[in-house]
Design a protein around this ligand. Structure first.
Ligand SMILES: Cc1cc2nc3c(=O)[nH]c(=O)nc-3n(C[C@H](O)[C@H](O)[C@H](O)COP(=O)(O)O)c2cc1C
Length: 194
């Protein structure tokens, strides 16, 4: 069985960028989550209704891996529908999950209405004992104008090779370390049992 699988949903490329960097760092497979309907309006509505949407990811393929890393954006301070569906599939497959979001709100605003804290907590609540690690990658870390995300702001900041700075790099490698150290804890724990 392979160790890690990264599953990501991405509309404008930020989550794809982070997922691909992480896949290099962990040396593992990554796959894009494709919902059966990929319209922002439909997905947003389903996210508001706390409903998962069916996707191209099957429980069977998840079963080939021992841990899954899920990456995707925050929309309207919600756990978005394709991520909810993927989380549930991983839980049904009894897989340990590491869950990360990309977003625009800053760390200082993480507890606000549109902040990422609520979304990470939702994932933890849904995943019960399976969600082991969470992380957020905010575009504010590369954003120079320092304005918070609001529904009125239309321009979207993209994380690119050019602005993938030291702060984001170290957050990514810290996340990879947390993921790997979870595995080590498991080994130590089962080792201590004998
Ligand atoms: C419809 C929509 C709603 C969004 N809502 C939020 C939000 O509530 N909080 C936030 O921090 N960012 C929000 N954002 C910004 C995205 O989370 C951010 O740009 C993310 O990195 C996009 O990921 P992607 O490029 O992988 O699609 C929103 C973006 C869109 C398009």
């Amino acid at each position: 069985m392979k160790k890690y699988l990264i599953l990501y949903y991405s509309k404008t490329g930020n989550s794809k960028f982070i997922a691909e960097k992480l896949s290099k760092e962990l040396g593992c497979d990554s796959k894009k989550i494709i919902p059966v309907i990929d319209s922002l309006a439909v997905l947003f509505l389903l996210s508001l209704m706390k409903t998962g949407i069916p996707t191209n990811i099957s429980k069977k393929e998840i079963e080939n891996y021992s841990e899954v890393i899920i990456v995707g954006p925050v929309w309207g301070g919600l756990l978005i529908s394709p991520l909810r569906n993927t989380l549930k599939k991983c839980i049904r497959a009894s897989k340990n999950i590491h869950f990360a979001v990309t977003c625009e709100t800053k760390d200082e605003e993480k507890n606000n209405k549109y902040g990422y804290a609520k979304v990470l907590n939702k994932a933890k609540g849904l995943g019960a004992k399976f969600v082991q690690t969470t992380e957020a990658f905010s575009t504010s870390l590369v954003n120079v104008d320092n304005k918070a995300w609001s529904p009125k702001r239309s321009e979207k900041i993209k994380i690119t090779e050019e602005n993938f700075n030291a702060v984001l790099k170290s957050r990514l490698s810290d996340f990879a370390i947390k993921i790997k150290s979870f595995e080590e804890q498991q080994i130590n724990f089962s080792g201590n049992k004998h």
